[in-house]
Design a protein around this ligand. Sequence first.
Ligand code: ZN
Length: 316
Amino acid sequence: MGLLFGSFLNVVIARVPAGESIVRPRSRCPRCGHQLAWYENIPVLSWLALRARCSSCGLPISWRYPLIELLTALLFLACQRRFGWTPELVAALVLVLLLVPLSFIDLEHWILPQELTWPGIVAGVALSVPMGMGRVRDSVIGAVVGFLVFWGMEWLGEKIFKKEALGAGDKDLLALIGAFLTWKPLLAVIFLSSLQGAVVGSLMLLVRGRAGPAPDPEPESPTAPPPATPPGTESPQVAEGPGPVPKPEGTEPVVAREGDGKGEEDGEEEDDWEPGPTNIPFGPWLSLAALEVMLLGPWLREVLPVPLDMLFAGAR
Ligand SMILES: [Zn+2]
């Protein structure tokens, strides 16, 4: 099931940032338009059998496709081991199905689309109903607190430091995480995501000169292949045309930590914002921390030293 859902998440990751339907049309090669037969669409195996190339034109197929399928499968397995066949398992699987695409979209496009986060917040509250009214209350509180904490940090950052520290979408993502995991582990999520993001971001800055991924390539780049992408096709990043990805309405680019101070005007739309070398997309780090807390919370509470284990007191 994880492999199959992972295959679907690849479609979500390719199409949602472009504002395209995730239901139709069927998957095609972005260069030659070759429509994938069912046997070319089997998770992981088809990628191996095709030797990572389009069967029609030989265009390379990114390793990201089987990676996301395997990742989703492993996370599904981990959720089942953690929760057994309970209502909590359903909520955990849905959270995985939201956090995986949000992370990869944020890594590539520096946005957290509200088409995913807002329905996700509703789903998080709705899926806590089978766990009792106490859980529903904690879930609603979690969504509100998650939103307000980052909203407050954003406000403070703008008023005091005159810098944008967080992207607009990070508020929605922390609200989503709060809706699924309740308010109790939110401090642990913020702690783990900041710590891991800072450590890895600093290492990347040292090694590569960039803390986060590079922005989308400039349009009209002379070395890029001609844009032969028919409308409504998937776009593996190796084959993507050079054009900028159209932003879905109502979403704003995610402005990550350690902003370099350009392109922000009191929360206005920031279409010109470009990630600087010290920026990192924060969505993947929040997602990773949420999964760690959900799957490893009780274990972390056991192994961490005394002041830190308090953070995981809410983990059951
Ligand atoms: Zn092709």
